[in-house]
Design a protein around this ligand. Structure first.
Ligand SMILES: O=P(O)(O)OC[C@H]1O[C@](O)(COP(=O)(O)O)[C@@H](O)[C@@H]1O
Length: 320
């Protein structure tokens, strides 16, 4: 068995969960203190420490920033014991820093891994995203079409009226026009304050979340993490980087992105056997937040693997 193939060992998913649990606990200690930097730093330190206990030869492709910008977990940094399989690592120790600082829903610690060369390297710019869950014909929604066309096609494929479709969109002024378009068609909107990795994952499970489609512009690194999750849950997603200045195009170019307007599919953002874990920091629709008790800490983690499409949820008790 080759080095890369060993990365897909099924026990690996559990190793990831340990890392996201530690990051989530560290961030949760600083929930609601109004200091997003401190919460993020605590999550970064914990994730860095735990990653180095893993038997991987890991390279960060989605991290805390580009080299020289972030002191730890930057793009290109090596993580792990260097003795295991060669893997790409995509992470966000605290996705939803602001909501964590305010103790609002949906901040999570996220980590994904795949064999080396499987995850798209993107700069920290915006990405336009469109995602739906599994079970629809390929290509029924696309960034090349209007919101109205996408919502109408989705409703038809689902066999419901468009008024029964709910779109999840980040609550940002830049989405004013998109929001108007969606409402004009008659669809409902779940506006979220932050956390579009969770937003995309919600769209993959409409029966539980009531969300049928994720639309709008968010962080590109979060787009790749969301694509890694969708590889495991099933579903379709497109992403288009917003390389709006020569400086952003140069940063993308340095990472090997030569077509600035290209639309990426899920598989182009995350290929190979992907493993994914996310632990709740604050309570959310997807995951419960960390609970601190006198003698123990409880965490709630989602663990997924694309090869088998196994989705596990784990409530863990950590005795102090
Ligand atoms: O806040 P902006 O600039 O609109 O960026 C959107 C991005 O911010 C987030 O809401 C939260 O990102 P952070 O983890 O950096 O706080 C992401 O989920 C999303 O992709």
């Amino acid at each position: 068995m080759g080095k890369e193939a060993r990365a897909l060992d099924r026990t690996f998913t559990l190793e990831l969960a340990r890392v996201t649990e530690h990051a989530a606990i560290a961030a949760a200690r600083l929930r609601g203190r109004g200091d997003e930097k401190a919460a993020d730093q605590a999550a970064v330190d914990a994730m860095r420490r735990e990653l180095d206990t893993l038997s991987i030869d890991g390279t960060i492709v989605i991290g805390e920033g580009e080299k020289g910008e972030a002191p730890a977990l930057f793009i290109g940094e090596s993580v792990g014991s260097a003795e295991g399989p060669a893997v790409d690592v995509a992470l966000d120790p605290l996705e939803g820093k602001t909501v964590c600082a305010k103790n609002l829903p949906n901040s999570i610690a996220v980590l994904a891994m795949a064999p080396k060369g499987s995850l798209l390297k993107v700069p920290d710019v915006y990405m336009e995203k469109l995602a739906i869950g599994p079970g629809y014909p390929a290509g029924i929604v696309s960034l090349t079409r209007s919101a109205e066309e996408n919502l109408t096609a989705l409703a038809k494929a689902k066999g419901v009226d468009v008024t029964e479709i709910t779109a999840c969109i980040l609550d940002r002024p830049r989405h004013g026009r998109l929001i108007e378009e969606v409402r004009a068609v008659g669809a409902a909107i779940r506006l979220i304050g932050d956390g579009d990795v969770a937003g995309v994952i919600h769209a993959a499970n409409p029966a539980e979340t009531g969300i049928d489609i994720y639309m709008g512009i968010g962080g590109a690194p979060e787009g790749v993490l969301a694509a890694a999750a969708l590889r495991c849950t099933g579903g379709q997603m497109e992403g288009r980087l917003q390389l709006t200045t020569p400086e952003k195009r140069a940063r993308a170019d340095a990472l090997g992105i030569t077509e600035p307007n290209r639309i990426y599919s899920v598989e182009e953002m995350a290929s190979g056997d992907v493993v994914f874990a996310a632990t709740g920091v604050t309570d959310g629709n997807l995951l419960d937040g960390v609970r601190f008790q006198r003698d123990r800490i409880t965490t709630h983690t989602l663990m997924m693997r694309s090869a088998t499409r196994t989705i596990r949820e784990m409530h863990a008790q950590h005795y102090i």
